[in-house]
Write a protein that binds this ligand. Structure first.
Ligand SMILES: Nc1ncnc2c1ncn2[C@@H]1O[C@H](COP(=O)(O)OP(=O)(O)OP(=O)(O)O)[C@@H](O)[C@H]1O
Length: 444
């Protein structure tokens, strides 16, 4: 048997410890307790109602009515009565799970609940998860094969949106201590009948696995919660490294593989770039990306399709595009200079080309798609070069070339976004700064 060396984070009374967790929000904040009506949140509300006498803050409660259980109305009524007994205003929000049912019942309830939290007019939502919940979450995520983010389990504080956050002031407190407090204060609460349903993985861990673990390792819960804190720190550090590496290797959302990172740092910043673009690749797809897009021959043009997106490599750069790139219509687009003239530049959606204003005045404009065989002379006195050659020289990926509109003035190719303006259309002394930002599927 292992001795419970770190069996408790206790120092000071429960009330003092909760007060200390609140210190960053005091005074003058509006705190809203997520009140399910169960033991944990009833204790939390009671603690806060007690603290309110010595500290300045506005206290509210919110019960989210999921409409799942036949007892849901009774729970909502209980939550309102419980809050009223403590002199706290409690709102009840009915939510619909229908839009989220793909996530399963539990997941849908959770998403709808957090959406309801985010709608509250307060500075912080207080939730009553405790140390045992944290331990269950760590073990559950470990068994599901989560990465660091999952093993870090629940953070004590995180922002929910721009104006409010979620605080879990009881995360270092054992369930048994909350039960003892409730008994001491004569509190009553409701039991969620689903807590005993072994169908739910968490309940199986709570009711069957943890009692056995605790019989051998009495401090297992604290230890697992401590592991979560270590992992959270490591995860935070990786995020910091990813952010600074991102600044070095990503420009205009194009990932430059030529930057010399160790393989692990490359994986870290690559994952970060993908997530920034809303691509949460699963482990298999991520390895596939490393294998094909990162490690294949230099002249290959590998593509990894993920749902509606694609990660494409051209030379040493990775691009995120739509899986199916739609080509612009092969028709001539009429140009409307009075609308599109912007600070001395022609602009069309994301493409901008610097052409002298005096040349633009009175000219006939057209945007045409590339048909092949076009040439451009980029420097006065220089050679005319094929567009294909110029694109290759500039490293413009092939899938984008078809979608870059060519600018014609009076029927002649005058400029190509990203490449430049034909010498015949540049006035002397004018600095031409062609601008083109590759975006999803090209210029769109
Ligand atoms: N119906 C509800 N209305 C308001 N708050 C709730 C409700 N259900 C849960 N909460 C709040 O969330 C806390 C955690 O609840 P519970 O453990 O049931 O949810 P969970 O799904 O495990 O949460 P999470 O996914 O955030 O870990 C509760 O202690 C309570 O503060």
């Amino acid at each position: 048997m292992h001795s419970p060396l770190f069996s408790s984070f206790k120092s000071g009374s429960l009330l003092e410890r909760v007060e200390q967790k609140l210190s960053r929000f005091l005074p003058h904040s509006t705190l809203c307790v997520g009140l399910s009506g169960g033991l944990d949140s009833v204790v939390l509300l009671h603690l806060l109602a007690t603290l309110r006498h010595s500290q300045l803050f506005v206290l509210r409660a919110l019960h989210v009515h999921h409409g799942l259980s036949p007892n849901a109305d009774a729970w909502a009524q209980f939550a309102m009565d419980c809050a009223a007994n403590l002199g706290v205003k409690c709102a009840v929000e009915r939510v619909s799970l229908a839009p989220f049912l793909k996530q399963g019942t539990e997941g849908a309830a959770r998403t709808a609940r957090y959406a309801a939290f985010a709608r509250q007019d307060c500075d912080v939502i207080l939730l009553a998860q405790h140390c045992d919940d944290q331990a269950e979450t760590v073990l559950l995520n470990l068994l599901r094969g989560s990465g660091l983010r999952g093993l870090a389990a629940m953070p004590e504080y995180r922002s929910l949106n721009q104006k409010m956050g979620i605080l879990r002031p009881l995360l270092g407190v054992a369930r048994a201590e909350l039960a003892a407090y409730a008994a001491e204060q004569g509190l009553i609460w409701v039991e969620d009948e689903s807590n005993h349903n072994p169908r739910y993985d968490r309940n199986f861990l709570r009711n069957d696995v943890f009692p056995r673990l605790n019989a051998v390792w009495p401090s297992a819960n604290n230890t697992l919660a401590r592991v979560a804190r270590h992992v959270a720190e490591a995860d935070e550090l990786l995020l910091e490294v990813a952010c600074s590496d991102f600044a070095v290797c990503v420009q205009d959302n194009v990932f430059d593989l030529s930057v010399d990172f160790s393989p692990l740092r490359l994986r870290n910043v690559l994952r970060y770039w993908l997530v920034q673009n809303g691509l949460q690749l699963d482990a298999r797809a991520f390895e596939e990306l490393i294998r094909t897009a990162v490690s294949s021959a230099a002249d290959a043009q590998p593509v990894l399709i993920w749902r509606k997106s694609a990660v494409r490599r051209y030379r040493q750069k990775l691009y995120i595009t739509l899986a199916e790139i739609e080509l612009i219509e092969p028709v001539m687009l009429p140009w409307q200079p009075e609308i599109n003239l912007k600070s001395g530049c022609l602009s069309w959606r994301e493409a901008e080309v610097g052409i002298a204003l005096e040349i633009l005045k009175g000219a006939d404009f057209e945007l045409r798609p590339r048909v092949g065989g076009e040439c451009l002379r980029l420097f006065v006195g220089g050679a005319r070069k094929a567009l294909k050659q110029l694109y290759q020289d500039a490293g413009v990926p092939p899938w984008l070339r078809q979608n870059i509109p060519l600018v014609y003035l009076n029927g002649e190719l005058a400029a190509v976004p990203g490449l430049g303006v034909d010498a015949a259309f540049c006035t002397s002394g004018q600095v031409v700064v062609p601008y083109w930002r590759p975006s999803l599927g090209g210029i769109d």
